[in-house]
Design a protein around this ligand. Sequence first.
Ligand code: ATP
Ligand code: FE2
Length: 331
Amino acid sequence: MPLICLGLEGTAHSFGAGIVTSEGDILANEISTYLPITGGIHPREAAQHHSAVASQVLQSALLKAGISGEELDVIAFSQGPGLGPCLRTTAVVARALSTLFDIPLVGVNHCLAHVEIGRLLTGTKDPITLYVSGGNTIVSAFADKRYRVFGETIDIPIGNALDMFGREAGLQHPGGPKVEVLARKGKKLVELPYIVKGMDLSFSGLVTAAIRKLKEEKEQLEDVCFSLQEYAFSMLVEVTERAIAHTQKKELLLTGGVAQNKRLQEMLGEVAKDQEVAFFTVPKEVAGDNGAMIAWTGILLYKYGKIIDVEKSLVDPKWRLEAVEIPWSME
Ligand code: ATP
Ligand code: FE2
């Protein structure tokens, strides 16, 4: 009998419940996303959203999977990194279920989950991973029991940068997908700062400059969107390309919410071709935050005995990817 794991995701804007088997079958993947009417995500409001929808999302996941709570073998939850109030709300739900049904509890690193769901669904074994989202921008690869971080943002993440620009341009949150659509109509490359420091990236000055081009220099919105993407993605591609060259890995995996961007996929595809590595993008259904990725990573961890006591299941808003010791091999 395969194991069945419920994964609860709640690091930021979304509360998700996914149910996945140890054979990698996704039985359910329900989600409810908090959308602020104006401005960005307010952590406390997002947490209130999560507690309001948790029971409904959970019930519909169980219904979709056709199982009852008692049939679960493992309960996994996103233990960090993320927004404190959101993490704590989600952890309370996970602890309550674990205690109520007497089911082992597993704490999952959210960044690791974005990588592992990508590996599962693309069949990649040991890739260089570019993980791009609202809260993270990380180039990593497995070496000596950990996913080592080769490059990352030194200020704001790429998704956040696109969302910030979108907000200033009057686009509704999240701005990333809207910027992508507008960028397709852009023709002129407006000059913006290109900031790569060693293997690290900086997007904050780029966003400020893009906003200035739009508002003060009256450049066309479509052109600024186009240019913002070209600059930001070229920076990501440069660091990723160097990580490939350095590690000699044979696969490249793109994951996280921003992985849905077609232009980014296209640019990375070209680099992969030049570097002779196989390129894969996580399926769009699990690109953004979701419970299935937490459930699948929960299964992997559970198989290696990584269970935690409810009393010791505190969340960690700053939990780094390379802090997680990986017990499995990359075969
Ligand atoms: P994390 O906690 O992993 O940092 P997150 O909370 O940001 O994740 P995700 O769902 O992984 O959540 O990513 C959301 C981000 O993805 C947003 O910043 C959004 O603008 C961006 N995004 C989604 N679709 C696109 C797209 N097509 N092009 C660019 N950005 C996109
Ligand atoms: Fe995420």
